[in-house]
Design a protein around this ligand. Structure first.
Ligand SMILES: [Zn+2]
Length: 287
């Protein structure tokens, strides 16, 4: 069982022909606001392997997973060594040094304040590769007879990730210099991977609507920071974005970090990443 579609996709790639993992969050459901259903709880209890990002992302899963005790094998991705975590950024328009290398932090195991880290780390190709390896290790532990299959599937999935990364690097290079604002700060890993110029987010807390004061401040910041594009998301209220850009020549497009309309399966992670690239090139690239 896997909580989010892009992560589910990576797990599906490693499982291959052996079976489809169950996906918890479907459609436009946001991990920041989701409520568990009884069928979800039953599926969790029955799962041999549970892969989730962690309690700072899927807050709705925190207690349910705690209640499982040690019965199931649980992979909490934000605790996995080698997953690169970036610090959360604050404010409507981020401070420039929020992009600095000094803020990059390797995960140090238990005992850290994980609220300080941004949990959308599946949007980094390096982290996606690490997720793939971690899932392969878990499957080898659960079903060692198929070790060769898990290893081969993991290698093939990593190759697909690497190919996609190379094509996105080439595709996004021309729009690197153009500033944009996003709906919520879900794209820090994507921005870093491709050297993009994210300048701020509309929502402070993706579980809550931004205040009118914040929207007015953002409107004022558009010209100052030469914002070309304000990105909305299918999970959130598009009127808020329209309020921010009204009367300016700033454009808008949709970014979807969890793939609301993407078919679940091994291709979903690739399609979600490519979709982000397409939306950014489309909105930032026009002259
Ligand atoms: Zn988010």
């Amino acid at each position: 069982m896997v909580s989010l579609k892009p992560v589910h996709s990576l797990v599906a790639g490693v499982m291959g022909e052996a079976g489809q993992p169950r996906l918890l969050l479907k459609g436009t459901a946001s991990p920041h606001t989701y409520q568990m259903r009884p069928s979800d709880a039953r599926a969790l209890a029955e799962a041999d392997l549970i892969v989730w990002v962690g309690d700072a992302m899927e807050t709705f899963l925190h207690r349910a997973i705690e209640n499982l005790g040690s019965k199931s094998r649980i992979v909490t991705l934000h605790e996995v060594p080698g997953i690169r975590l970036l610090q959360n950024r604050e404010g409507g328009i981020w401070e420039d040094d929020d992009h600095g290398e000094a803020h990059v932090d390797e995960h140090k195991g238990h005992g850290h304040e994980h609220d300080e880290f941004n949990m959308h780390f599946w949007l980094d190709p390096g982290n996606a590769g690490r997720i793939v390896d971690t899932v392969a290790e878990a499957l080898i532990f659960l079903d060692p007879a198929r070790t060769a299959t898990w290893r081969a599937n993991a290698a093939a999935t990593r190759k697909r990730i690497a190919d996609l990364h190379a094509s996105l690097e080439a595709r996004l290079a021309p729009v690197r210099g153009h500033a944009f604002v996003v709906f919520h700060d879900a794209y820090q890993y994507f921005e870093r991977a491709y050297g993009l110029k994210g300048k701020g987010a509309i929502a402070v807390d993706p579980a809550r609507a931004p205040s009118a004061k914040r929207l007015v401040e953002l409107r004022g910041a558009l010209a100052e920071h030469e914002i070309r594009c304000v990105f909305t998301e299918p999970q959130f209220e598009p009127d808020l974005v329209r309020t921010v850009i009204e009367g300016s020549d700033v454009r808008t497009a949709v970014l979807d970090p969890v793939g609301a309309d993407t078919r679940p399966g091994p291709d979903a992670w690739i399609e979600i990443m490519r979709g982000l690239g397409d939306a950014m090139v489309g909105c930032l690239g026009r002259s």
